[in-house]
Design a protein around this ligand. Sequence first.
Ligand code: 0RQ
Length: 499
Amino acid sequence: MQQRIRNHLLRSRVLTADEAQTFIQDGMTIGVSGFTRSGDVKAIPRALVDNIRKTENSRQIHLYSGASLGDADSWLSTQHVVDRRSPYQSDPDTRQGINCGEIRYIEQHLSHSAEWFRNEHIDLAIIEAVAITENGGIIPTTSVGNSPVFVQKAKQVIVEINLSMPESLIGIHDIYIPENRPFRTPIGITHVADRIGTPYIPCDPNKIVGIVMTDDPDSPSKIVAPDEETQQMAEYILELLSHEVKQGRLSAKLAPLQSGVGSVANAVFSGLEKSPFNQLEIYTEVMQDAVFQLFDSGKVSFASGCSFTLSESMRDHVLSSLPRYRKQLLLRPQEISNHPEVIRRLGVIAINGALEVDIYGNVNSTHVRGTHVMNGIGGSGDFARNAGLTIFVTKSTAKNGRISSVVPFVSHVDHTEHDVDILVTEQGIADLRGLSPRERAKTIIENLAHPLYKDALRDYFERACVQGGNTPHLLDEALSWHHQFKETGDMRKPVSAMM
Ligand code: 0RQ
């Protein structure tokens, strides 16, 4: 206890999770720690839903976080506790609540969310920590997310001290909070490993109204191991990077790398293990399993991020080996890990997942058939717009070939054609830099589309070109593939075939 709560006055504020959940009142706005299933609060959300089940004293809250929580997102959504949710989520039950209109979901670029919360009223912050310092400073666990803003803004703070998180996490965080808008000075990160803040989130001890001791581990990520197709995509990207080095646009250690969430992005990073590149640096938000595989194979010299999101076996390995990794690791608040200024300065190579892309290079990362949210934009937009090289990856088809991920027009735009340099599917790679829209269309159709859909895309593009324009389209047909899938369950089956 003394090591974990170093401010002796605060030791008297230890509560049970059930006592702590009584601070959560109907209608409150609550900021919680947690970013892509890691470093999230666990004991208090569980106690809250248990209490609601037992007493039927239901409460609805505005729930803000860094990004997705672990199981807590599911518990809170299925118990109908969440009225408003922001920013990124990835939980099936939350997704269902959002798509049926019950949860009001606000998607924000992750770097923007801190600025928005800074202007919001936050009633209560609940933050998972390894320890509290003598002066009340909160030392986060496996993610930082938006916790510094929540602690700054909230009237009251409750801390969950997680005893399953090793004390060797202390020292890996770098908490820098930009102040004094609009007179801010440049963010002083010119190298991936630069430290510019404190190893804890500053907090007035008087604000800490309760401390709950817990030992629940982070919910493991559900990442799927690389398969033949994702490995193929990784190879295309490695060939591209080798080409960039030969052309003198990148050095042999490349530029700092970012990878998004998801199986494909993780597989691409795994592919770097067998690459000729060494001394790699990572400037990202989420560190998935592959980052630590790259550490273990000696490929990476330093990684800066906002969270670890790991499978169960990798989580256990990383937490028990932290003394070995900690000199090469940093966790930052998401407004810094995703800050446009820093991403642009470092010339990051950004690799993110797409649901679908269109023939001109617009990318949909978030909405199935343009309406139903999958996960949220997360930080993909922060990186896509500001990176030195912006790459999106997707398999060329989904749902056993019934959906083409290369379509005439994306049904929802997250990343415009102006933000996208390179697209990759298992069919090939399309380098769009310097190409006009019509050149882009030809390259995307020929290099990326699955053979099942290539002729139909060629046909659409040729007929659109007859109508003219810089970016030719047939507006009455542009979204017909999505409509066909909705009606017939297959993008290749016309609606008339069902009549
Ligand atoms: O559905 O789960 O029902 O099987 O989408 O698809 O191919 O497994 O791809 O795991 O790499 O995720 C865009 C979602 C890709 C992810 C996305 C269906 C497919 C499957 C997943 P099932 P895959 P991945 C960093 C940056 C946005 C946020 C981001 C993502 C499921 O990369 O969330 O990058 N990105 N943030 O069947 C309908 C299509 C489809 C489709 C695939 N065209 N239409 N469904 N699917 N293509 C992290 C943060 O910022 C926090």
